[in-house]
Design a protein around this ligand. Structure first.
Ligand code: PPS
Length: 569
């Protein structure tokens, strides 16, 4: 079983001549713009990474995979790989039709000959494949909230692979890796699958695995899609490159895998095994909590930490690759080295830094000891994750018209500029309406578009290390939540409810708008003839009655300081 077959694996591409012809024909077909996840799936379908699949699963194969992890042919396959599409698109497609699959720039990558179209039972898929229909699981959340409602299945004709402009030299198809192994005379090769930066524990684990399996080592990190919140792949690859010279060059290779992970734990481990077999590997490391998605909505682990090893062991012969299993590696202080936890002598001092603790130390600019990681890796991580007081953030004021949002926002802006260090942008309600949203009115639809535009700009500013201060009315909870999600992908979001009562706003009526609204001369006026949904859990609620502006702005500053976003350094 460990004897590799390094012969080329079948791909789904047609010849260059046919590809050109097909591309022209495909121009007239209905076309589907692939999502980022579908592009990852398609690439591995076309280059043989998902062998023996010849396309997106048919309904019969899907059911068989969901129910018992096998295709209708009897081959093991644990994860549904489907083309999920919108209802509108599905309504226009019938089985028997060909559709052009395009990347996000509109380039045609493949043709799908649709044989099946069906509406899946997503709750059932979640239970069977991911173990629970729980939105805390990233793939279940994706299934319900991102994936389209209809699945299309059928064979693929590959025209061209998706283009990657980053790290081109480090990406290999299964056949490129097979050829590389053949050329170097490598026969036993163990894969290390990872979605994290490599620290010393990982290095020790990979060394041990290679020694145990008497094999060469392939560091095979996933650069497609991983768990939301992971270190981005650009940073990770720089980290891998930084530690590569700690490995013997003659026996170790680094290659990037454009896989979209599902974080499906045990089923995912089996899937990773099949994919590695297809890339010409003979062994794969499966450690503690392989491809684990973290905690469920009750705060418990989704999977037992060693369930992935058990399932892999059960199906090892069918997968066709041998597992090198490991317990968690820990640092033993007295011996100044890493050891598997179950081999540590009683009474020894174990040192460990969890992922959460590492993130905290990065965030707060604290020391990361040399026993834990390599200085070169820490340098890369610090470049991407500066301490909180150097990261971007958004302060989002919300409240009724005339509540004092703009005045406090202006005071806050000046105070932050006085402190210096980061650029500050004020996206005031009135200013935005003049420059970004001049064509919009005050219907629910228009208000939502307006707030989402503000959110988009704020998220870009935040991501790039600046401070965005927003001060629209933003009357709807759901829209504010959408903005929070956008911004939090790149930094902190602080919602400040300026809680001036309607009576007080109307009493002040600084712009005379309430009077006009009461007279019916302004329609859909917030608080009078249109709703304002009060924030339930804002980071801060400020009262303005009897409080001067300076004091209100100070409260925001104190909050920012408490969150570590502004500080002495
Ligand atoms: S929203 O709901 O967040 O899109 O509103 P926003 O962009 O903040 O714009 C609010 C300012 O527009 C003026 N204005 C109105 N407000 C609410 N409802 C209606 N119908 C309306 N018509 C005009 C008003 O001056 C608001 O400014 P502020 O600074 O909030 O008083």
């Amino acid at each position: 079983m460990t004897q590799p077959n390094l012969a080329p694996i079948p791909e789904l591409y047609v010849s260059a001549d046919s590809a050109q012809k097909l591309k022209t024909e495909a121009g007239n077909m209905p076309s589907w713009d692939l999502t980022p996840r579908q592009i990852c799936d398609l690439e591995l379908l076309m280059n043989g990474g998902f062998y023996p699949l010849k396309g997106f699963l048919t309904e019969a194969d899907y059911n068989s995979v969901v129910e018992d992890m096998h295709l209708t042919t009897g081959d093991i396959w644990p994860i549904p790989v489907n083309l999920d599409v919108s209802q509108d698109f599905a309504d226009k497609i019938e089985p028997g039709q060909d559709i052009a699959l395009r990347d996000q720039e509109g380039v045609i990558l493949a043709i799908l000959s649709v044989t099946d179209k069906w509406v899946p039972n997503k709750a059932h898929e979640a239970e069977q494949v991911f173990g629970a229909d729980d939105l805390a699981h990233p793939a279940v959340n994706y299934l319900h909230n991102t994936a389209g409602p209809v699945y299309l299945g059928g064979p693929i004709t590959g025209i061209q692979p998706p283009t990657h402009y980053d790290f081109r030299g480090r990406r290999d198809t299964p056949n490129e890796l097979r050829a590389y192994f053949r050329k170097l005379g490598w026969r036993r090769i163990v894969a290390f699958q990872t979605r994290n930066p490599l620290h010393r524990a990982h290095q020790e684990l990979t060394f041990r695995a290679a020694r145990e399996a008497q094999a060469n080592l392939l560091i095979h990190p996933v650069v497609g899609m991983t768990k939301p919140g992971d270190v981005d792949h650009f940073t990770r690859v720089r980290c891998y490159e930084a530690v590569l010279d700690k490995y013997p060059a003659a026996t170790t290779h680094l290659s990037l895998l454009n896989l979209a992970m599902r974080m499906a734990g045990p089923r995912e481990a089996v899937w990773h095994g099949i994919i590695r077999r297809n890339h010409g590997l003979t062994h794969m490391i499966v450690g503690r909590d392989h491809a684990g998605p973290g905690k469920n909505s009750k705060g418990e682990d989704f999977y037992d930490p060693y369930a992935a090893q058990e399932l892999f062991r059960k199906y090892q012969d069918e997968i066709g690759i041998e597992m090198v299993d490991f317990k968690q590696m820990v640092y033993v202080q007295e011996r100044a080295q890493y050891e598997p936890r179950d081999e540590v002598e009683d009474g020894a001092t174990i040192l460990d830094i969890s992922g959460t603790e590492l993130r905290r130390r990065l965030r707060e600019g604290l020391e990361i000891p040399e026993w834990f990681s390599f200085p070169e890796v820490v340098t890369q991580l610090r470049r991407t994750s500066p301490p909180r007081n150097k990261q971007g953030f958004t302060v989002f004021f919300t409240g009724l018209s005339g509540s004092g949002k703009s005045t406090i926002a202006n005071a806050l802006m000046v105070k932050l500029m006085e402190m210096g260090g980061r650029p500050v942008t004020l996206l005031d309600g009135d200013v935005v309406r003049k420059h970004l949203s001049s064509e919009l009115g005050f219907s629910k639809e228009h208000r939502d578009i307006n707030i989402k535009r503000i959110g988009f700009v704020a998220s870009e500013i935040t991501k790039n290390g600046g401070i965005a201060i927003c001060a629209p009315i933003a009357p709807y909870t759901a829209t504010r939540r959408a903005v929070r999600e956008m911004v939090e992908a790149g930094g902190a979001f602080i919602e400040v409810h300026v809680a001036t009562t309607l009576e007080e706003c109307e009493r002040r009526d600084r712009k005379g708008l309430y009077k006009l609204a009461r007279e019916g001369k302004i329609k859909e006026f917030t608080g009078i003839s249109d709703p304002y949904e009060e924030p339930v859990n804002p980071e801060l609620r400020v009262q303005t009655e009897g409080v001067d502006v300076d004091h209100a702005a100070q409260q925001v500053l104190l909050k920012l300081e408490g969150m570590g976003l502004i500080g002495l350094k």
